[in-house]
Design a protein around this ligand. Structure first.
Ligand code: XIL
Length: 313
């Protein structure tokens, strides 16, 4: 059988991947497809590398859950994406509400990134160093990091990651990078500033959490990816899913197929779009409640969206 991976690799992409969690590894029926390396040869941990999982209390690091995912990924020769070193969500209260001053939060941030990136050094292809740092209009999200440290928190995080794991790719990841909007412009400008300051950044990840019938056109998705590439980075689609308002009528399922096809073709049309990862694969398990956002139904059967992906690769 020809799976997503066979088609993606034949077309010159590095991988076709899945966002996956430890609980998934324990569901044998789920792993029949998730574990098939003709379908997925890349993985991104859904939760277990986030700050609340890796450093739940200050300087107490916990890696066993993430290590299990690493072991599984390596067992099948799968490429792994680290997700994520610095995010305002799933950030423990000891950081968010710690009341740290600038110098202390800088050292907390450096300590976190250094320890986590060192632990996984050599095992990951790319790290999502930062996640969701800008608002839709391109202004800075007012996270505890931005409010306390300012823009240079991003430099600090990327520099610490590069020092801890010199060979890993370093990405900034976000949603709503699907049109040439203010957020995309903010990333283009940030990439240029980071590079001018000698900070290594190799990729911008586009989450691509999309909505059936409101998915941007092929041309706008390609333009957005190309403008990021023009700043001097690779791009990837990192968490693709396309939700709908239930019930799932056949018209909506057909539109979902078209929308998946559009998103896939956009990455395929951009040589520096290195690969596509979808946020799970079956509607039985998605982070989106009641949105039937994935290419297989709750009974693990391919939906029209599945064929939209196949046709796009
Ligand atoms: C989601 C996980 O899938 C859920 O299990 C968790 O409860 C919340 O986070 N963008 C991201 C991902 O970058 O980390 C988020 O993952 C979904 C949105």
């Amino acid at each position: 059988a020809t799976g997503f991976v066979d088609l993606a690799v034949a077309a010159g992409k590095q991988y076709f991947g899945i966002m996956i969690d430890n609980s998934d590894l324990e569901k044998p029926e789920y792993m029949v497809i998730a574990g098939n390396t003709h379908i997925f040869n890349q993985a991104t941990p859904g939760n277990r590398m986030k700050w609340d999982a890796t450093e739940p209390s200050r300087n107490q690091f916990s890696f066993s859950a993430a290590d299990a995912l690493v072991t599984w990924a390596q067992s099948g020769g799968r490429q792994l994406r680290g997700h994520t070193l610095v995010w305002h969500n799933q950030l423990p209260a000891w950081v968010t509400n710690g009341g740290f001053n600038n110098a202390t939060l800088v050292s907390v941030l450096q300590n976190h990134v250094t320890n986590v990136a060192k632990h996984f050094a050599g095992k990951l292809k790319t790290w999502d160093v930062t996640n969701e740092i800008f608002n839709e209009d391109g202004t800075w999200r007012q996270s505890v990091f931005y409010k306390t440290i300012g823009e240079y928190y991003v430099d600090i995080a990327f520099r610490a990651a590069a020092a801890a794991d010199p060979n890993v790719g370093l990405a900034a990841n976000d949603y709503n990078l699907d049109t040439t909007n203010g957020k995309v412009a903010a990333y283009v400008a940030l990439v240029k500033r980071l590079k001018a300051r000698g900070v290594k950044i190799t990729q911008v990840g586009s989450q691509a959490h999309l909505t059936v019938g409101q998915t941007p056109s092929f041309n706008s998705m390609v333009s957005a990816l190309n403008s990021l590439v023009a700043a001097g980075v690779d791009v990837a689609i990192t968490e693709l899913d396309i939700r709908m308002q239930l019930p799932a009528t056949s018209a909506k399922l057909e539109q979902q197929k078209k929308d998946y096809n559009t998103a896939i073709r956009a990455c395929m049309a951009v040589p520096r779009c290195v690969g596509i990862t979808i946020a799970g694969y079956t509607d039985k398990y998605s982070w989106i409640q009641n949105g039937a956002p994935l290419p297989y139904d709750e009974n693990y059967r391919p939906k029209p969206a599945y064929y939209g992906i196949i046709d796009g690769l």
